[in-house]
Design a protein around this ligand. Structure first.
Ligand SMILES: NC(=O)c1ccc[n+]([C@@H]2O[C@H](COP(=O)([O-])OP(=O)(O)OC[C@H]3O[C@@H](n4cnc5c(N)ncnc54)[C@H](OP(=O)(O)O)[C@@H]3O)[C@@H](O)[C@H]2O)c1
Length: 360
């Protein structure tokens, strides 16, 4: 990888988009050249378009402040001529997102998406780079369907999954029979801050629309296999989930119970986590955490506020592994939902795509 790529951010004014704008500041491979959003923001300098809703703890990067925001829909052809690929994180109806992403792909622009609209599309790879990089092999089949030579769509999974699927994955060798997961999800996952979601203070909201279905079904696509130009979801392991919104700014926590066909020892689980690495580590991708899974020995860790930024928010944190009376084991997982779970995970996916030549 000795070249750089021009990138556009579609949805640059949103919560995830702001993360992209921040992560792309000084990125060694990707140069942001387009910031786009809805017609409401179009024509404004970026600083004005995010005025009053900048939610990052660091200031707006200098490169972005005066960049004029383009209209992701009306300016699509112009944008396609300016970029090598786009990141997409927009808040629109599912059909509109599908159409927007396919439009860019058909304009021969690879789309690296945070949106859920295409996650179920059988020839769209849904990637956690450490786990199922091999699913990128589906891209030629998708290009054939779309009639493109360069353009395609690749998506990342839902943010809730990142706090437990990476911890279950290295344990598949022990034959996971079933897992029960409760996620405690941060408000940034809804694009909110405490200022814009005051109802969450001193409260827990026991419903996040569509989240439990995604938490149970998306892992099966990630563990699926490619057959005849489609990703066929795995049949198991069965996962049941409950997803709660909690008063935390960033960082999704998961409480996980798991049972196995061949119950491993605690030491076997800990060493499976410690030794687990994927293509991002092997390729030395710029955003890859050196150690993917960090296990905390302390009884009161991992904690969202203390640990979400482990390895720049790209590592998965685990703790409290112990035997259970109903299941074989229980443990806690944590990941940063707008870094590993959203923009950071998408940047890592784009680095993987670049390393494998999909943007050339
Ligand atoms: N937040 C997370 O942790 C997280 C994690 C994983 C995935 N996601 C997904 O990422 C996407 C964005 O989430 P978010 O939290 O960043 O939402 P958000 O803060 O509400 O931002 C939405 C973005 O979409 C843009 N937009 C809305 N309508 C548009 C249109 N017609 N054309 C072009 N752009 C339009 C907005 O532009 P304006 O400012 O101009 O309205 C804004 O830039 C969603 O699909 C969400 O499910 C979010």
């Amino acid at each position: 990888m000795n070249r750089t790529y021009r990138v556009g951010v579609i949805g640059a004014t949103g919560m995830v988009g702001q993360r992209f704008v921040t992560l792309l500041d000084g990125h060694p491979l990707f140069t942001p050249v387009v910031l786009a959003a809805s017609a409401r923001s179009a024509g404004k300098p970026y600083r004005e378009a995010v005025d009053g809703k900048w939610a990052m703890t660091s200031p707006i990067p200098a490169y972005a402040t005066e960049m004029p925001v383009l209209d992701a829909e009306a300016d699509a052809e112009k944008i396609a001529g300016m970029v090598d690929f786009v990141f997409c994180a927009v808040n629109m109806k599912k059909d509109a997102i599908k159409a927007l992403e396919e439009r860019y792909a058909k304009l021969e622009v690879p789309v690296v998406s945070n949106n859920s609209a295409h996650r179920e599309t059988p020839d769209v790879p849904m990637i956690i780079p450490e786990i199922n990089a091999q699913h990128l092999d589906i891209i030629p089949a998708q290009r054939a369907r779309l009639g493109t030579t360069r353009g395609f769509i690749a998506v990342k999974s839902n943010c809730s999954l990142q706090s437990y699927v990476p911890l279950l994955h290295p344990l598949l060798r022990f034959g996971i029979r079933c897992a029960a997961v409760t996620t405690y999800q941060a408000i940034s996952g809804a694009g909110k801050t405490f200022a814009t979601m005051p109802e969450i203070v001193d409260n827990i909201i026991p419903y996040i629309g569509g989240e439990e279905q995604k938490s149970e079904e998306e892992p099966l696509k990630i563990w699926g296999s490619i057959t005849d130009g489609r990703i066929v979801p795995a049949k198991g392991p069965v996962i049941t989930s409950q997803c709660l919104r909690v008063p935390v700014s960033d960082g999704h926590t998961a409480a996980v119970f798991v049972s196995f066909e061949k119950k491993p020892s605690k030491e076997q689980i800990l060493s499976a986590w410690k030794d687990f690495a994927g293509e991002p580590q092997a390729l030395g991708l710029p955003s890859a955490p050196k150690q993917f899974i960090h296990y905390f020995e302390e009884d009161d860790r991992p904690q969202a506020r203390l640990d979400r930024m482990t390895e720049n928010g790209m590592a998965i944190c685990a703790g409290r592994l112990r035997e259970d009376v109903l299941f074989d084991y229980k443990f806690i997982g944590l990941s940063h939902n707008t870094l590993r779970g959203a923009a950071g995970g998408a940047v890592l996916l784009a680095e993987l795509l670049a390393a494998k030549g999909y943007f050339d």
